[in-house]
Structures are given as C-alpha cells and as structure tokens.
Design a binder for this molecule. Sequence first.
Ligand code: NAD
Length: 457
Amino acid sequence: MSFAVRDPATGEVLDEVADAGPDEATAALDAAVDAQEAWAATPPRERAAVLLRTRDMLLTRIEEFALLITREMGKPLAESWAEVQYAADFLQWFAEEAVRISGEYRVSPGGDFRIVTTRQPVGPCLLISPWNFPLAMITRKLGPALAAGCTAVVKPAEDTPLSCLLLTQVLGEAGLPPGVVNVVTTSRPAPLVERLLADPRLRKLSFTGSTQVGRLLLAQAAGNVLRTSMELGGNAPFLVFADADLDAAVEGALLAKLRNGGQSCVAANRFLVEEPVAEEFATRFADRMSDVRLAPGTDPGSRLGPLINARQVERVAGLVDDAVTRGARVLTGGRAAGPYFPATALTDVPPSARIHHEEIFGPVAPITTFKDESDALAMANDTPYGLVAYLYTRDLGRAVRVGERLETGMVGLNRGLVSNAAAPFGGVKSSGLGREGGFEGIEEYLSTKYLALDLTS
Ligand code: NAD
C-alpha cells in the first residue's frame, strides 16, 4: 500500500510513499533493537564522523534538499535554504557533543566508597515529527539520538515525508550502519504509533506536534514508563513597550510572524503593544505586511507560499472571521485566495476572540493594547501555552524583570528569532517537556548509570 504526497501550491502528486501499518512498524523496531548494542559501542568519534559527513552532504546538496522542502511543504525557496542550513547545524552541534559525554568520580560523604557515574544511551527511540520543518525537526532529534548512541524509528508527518526519506538515504551514504535509523511513513499514524509505544523494547519517545496529540501520546507512553520529550504548540505574545526601538520592533514582528508563513510553534500569535505607540506600530507593521508577495514557494519572488492544506486555510479564515464578528478591524489582508492566505493585520481585537486563545499557524497578526507592565505580563501569561515570548524595550531593568516573569521556556529580547542549534529550545506549561538543541539536547537521550565502588575488598 502507498499514499500520495502532494505539492500544496498546485495539488500535483510529487511521489507515492509506502503506507506502513503496525506490523511494518514492529519490523522497524526489530531492526533498531538489533542495531542498538553495536551502535552504542561505536566510538563517539566515529558516530560524530557519520553526523559530520551527513552535514557536509546536506550542504553540498542544499539546492536539491531546499527544492524538495519547498515542493512538499510550500515555503519560499530562500526559507527552505535556511532550513537546510539549520538542519545541518544540528548535525554539526551534536557531532561536537558526541565526544563530550562525561561522568563523575566522587568520594562518598562517609569516605567509605566511591561514587562513579557514567552516561549511557537510553536505547531505541521513536521520533515523531510535524510537517512545518520537514528536515530540521528530524535532525533536531536524530542528531542528539545518534550522537548519544541510540538507534531510532522515525515517523515523519504524512504531508511531508520526502525530505526525511532523502535524509535517510544520505545518512546511509555517509556510512550509518543499516538498522540504526528506520523510517516508517504512514497515512494512519495512530495505530502504528500505539503499537510501538506498547512495545517494551522501545525506551524513548520524542514528539514534536500539537499539544492535543502530545497529551494522547504521553498517556500511551505511561504504560511502559517511557522517557519522553514533547515539543508542543505555542501561543507566543509579542510585547512592544513604548520605549522600544519601533523600527526594530516592526522588523522583529515581521520575522516572528511570517517565518514559515506563520506555520511555526514559535510564531508570534498575539501582538501586545503599549497604548502610546500602538497606533504607530500597527500602521507601520500593516504597511509592511501589505507588501508581502504571495506566490508558489518555487517562484524566486515569493515571500509567502501556500498554507499546508485546505484544512489549515479554512481554520485560519475561521479565526479571522470570528475576530471580525467580535469587533476587530482588518488593516490589511483578511481573505483566503485558493491555497494562500495573505499577510493579515487585525487591530482592536477583543480578548474574547478565539484568535487570542488558539494557535493561528498562519500569517495573521492580531494587535491589542496594554496599559502598563503588569497589565502586559498578565495578558502575556494568560494562556495554557508557554513556549516563547518576544519583548521589545530599551529599558534593561524592565527587560530582565519582564523576561524573568514571562511563563515561557524562551524569550526573544529585542529579537524576533530565537531558534539556534546551540540554544536549548523548548517550553513550559502545555508547550512541552524537555529541550532540543544546546547542551541540554543530548541529555534527553542519555541516562545516568551510577556505580558504587567499594575499595576495601
Ligand atoms: P500533529 O500533532 O497533527 O502531528 C504531529 C505528528 O504526530 C505527525 O507526524 C502526525 O502524523 C502524528 N500524529 C497525528 N495524530 C497522531 C495520533 N493520534 N497518534 C500518533 N501520532 C499522531 O501536528 P502537525 O499539524 O503536524 O504540526 C503542527 C503542530 O506542531 C503545532 O501545534 C505546532 O505548534 C507544533 N510544533 C511544535 C514545535 C516545537 O518545537 N514546540 C515545532 C514545530 C511544530
């Protein structure tokens, strides 16, 4: 059985891929389990070398990877190039981390024995990724898993499996032994994932996707007490204080809103602006949004591609209509055109509008005002999500005060982009558990083994 992968701009079938069921998933896990011992025993420098060769091959073939990402996911080519670079950065970063996995040698407080710790790979992992970054969300997991000495079953999103399949081919060419990484593509993820999570040989689940599915998988993972990492949804506030550099705030807002067409967990979801500068910010921002060119991602002039599918277009349009019905004003954009949704700015958005409470996942910016710092913080934290917040101010004291009190895992201070392979990416509250990237990223794939050493016999 197979299923079709389509270009979201044209609906054209790009390829057919295998439609795996639970039995194929178990066979993939068999292979990962068989390969686990030898991969864990492979010297760290050799594991790192495979990752570095793969990184080099991604960059040598950047044009091919970028075009594939654009064709299956829709984003403009320039953004796909940036994604390939970002994906390659994770391979490099974790190759560098592979040789620094360390333990401790300590004297027990009573002096009677030694406490020796070492770090071991957790074992075979299931890595599940979303469609919005078809390559980078995979290397952000595979990089640390392979560096730590874990084998994996990878399940890419059904909308965008092709970049992942090409990556796996390149990993093989870079010398990764068979069985270490096993990809299963499926149009029916639920039964396949459920089978794997119930298998006691699986030791870890790393999931990136919606909070709704994340919750479901956490419950299933409880059966075998699996290690879990969860990178879930967000509802990022973008705070602009009256003392901010407004030029920088507008640039940051465009980046935080339009990167990936707004289809990103770290996309700014609510624009909260201090009253004295609200009108000026809204006017300047809407003016820039109205210039954003909609075109297929393969068109070199495209700044905004199609949304991933018709369901998403309908959802985004529904959120805009709801806000307008409740009194919001459309400054620019506002109406879908086929698979496209234009860059849209809304003002006077009442707190009750659904758009304030749901993840938009589209190029729509609702703007609201606040009175003072405490008002801003209360509004920013009024959400079950806690992934990232953006904060524009020139007052250092306020930056630290507000930065510390925002209930998020990450804060962009006078910056509209926080993602970097060297930084710990992740959320609090319903946005997830664990961190990807940074020094923390590899920890998710290691467990500490403690040896109590008695020196007396
Ligand atoms: P999704 O939750 O629908 O799907 C994510 C993955 O889970 C896909 O591979 C899908 O096939 C699989 N899946 C779906 N239903 C399943 C089920 N019942 N059982 C097992 N697997 C299932 O999310 P999506 O629409 O692909 O991605 C968008 C979401 O991902 C957004 O909420 C976004 O915020 C989130 N996201 C988070 C991060 C982060 O790092 N925090 C990064 C990117 C995307």
